[in-house]
Design a protein around this ligand. Structure first.
Ligand code: NAD
Length: 268
């Protein structure tokens, strides 16, 4: 069975509509691009279409000095939110963004302040994909005390999803596995809920799961011009699986747009 995320996206859109009604101006999102290659520009064009649909003024800015440009837009009162397109040019790292982006404009939730706030369970902006994963799980089931296994320990998905799922009140029991994990299938078979954030097409097949597991597929991989997840589609025959495309990715986009409205509204 496939998990339908339409209602979860609808809830985010309703939140956007509430903030939109309170605002007297159009929020402005600046997307900084340091490596304007074909696939990055194509991603940004689709981001621009989404932004327009949501009523956000998106400006795409080519950046030759990421740190300086972050600081400039941090101070610009007309810029409410900042996004940085990946990949980054040689010489700049994720840590440069984390250290230099204003936490109040950091709609991707990657700044040191926002990551730290998550540890203290006082979130401002949290990494959008990790939030999407948690929202889908919570809308589908009660995670309290459940065994959640995450495959992947990236800063933007695996690690923050683990922190969020074990938050007091949510109370999942979380295991994070990765490329060095021994006997991975033994670990994943213990999962009530499995999150795949690996970046390898169709990596998780039926042999990784027990029947009835809730499987959240974060992967976005292009195979022969087609977008596929990290989980093989036949897993849906025995588990509840999120679709790719139209699952985590769609919700992540909605959450990013909602964060732009939150940043524009301010009141932190
Ligand atoms: P990453 O490359 O930063 O991390 C991948 C993780 O997978 C690592 O921790 C690594 O240890 C683990 N891994 C790799 N090979 C493994 C193996 N054989 N066994 C176990 N673990 C293994 O990737 P990421 O940024 O977390 O992205 C993961 C996937 O999610 C990619 O396909 C990416 O495109 C996708 N993604 C989707 C969204 C979305 O909005 N849906 C957002 C971000 C990333």
């Amino acid at each position: 069975m496939f998990i339908d995320v339409k209602d979860t996206i609808k809830n985010i859109k309703e939140e956007i509509d509430i903030i939109k009604n309170e605002l007297t101006f159009e929020p402005k999102l600046v997307s900084l691009v340091v490596e304007p290659d074909k696939s990055t520009l194509s991603y940004l064009n689709s981001q621009k279409r989404s932004a327009k649909k949501y009523g956000i003024n998106l400006e795409i800015v080519e950046s030759n000095n990421l740190v300086e440009d972050l600081q400039k837009h941090n101070e610009d009162r007309n810029t409410h939110a900042i996004f940085v397109a990946r990949p980054l040019k040689k010489g700049f790292t994720e840590l440069d963004i984390a250290k230099n982006i204003s936490p109040f404009k950091d709609v991707e939730g990657v700044s040191l302040y926002n990551i730290g706030s998550m540890f203290y369970e006082k979130e401002l902006f949290i990494p959008c994909t990790a939030e999407a994963v948690v929202k889908i799980i919570e809308d589908f089931t009660d995670v309290k005390g459940k065994n959640v296994v995450i495959i992947g320990r990236s800063t933007t998905v695996g690690k923050p999803a683990a922190i969020l799922l074990q938050k007091h009140g949510r109370d999942a029991t979380v295991t994070v596995s990765h490329s060095k994990t021994e006997n991975l299938k033994e670990v994943t078979k213990r999962a009530d809920i499995l999150v795949a954030a690996i970046g390898r097409a169709n990596f998780v097949d039926k042999s990784f799961v027990k029947e009835g597991t809730i499987v959240i597929d974060v992967g976005i991989n292009v195979v022969n011009g087609k977008v596929v997840g990290d989980v093989s589609q036949d897993v849906s025959e025995i588990c509840n699986l999120t679709p790719v495309p139209g699952g985590v990715g769609s919700l992540t986009t909605a959450i990013l747009m909602r964060n732009v409205f939150r940043a524009a509204k301010g009141e932190f």
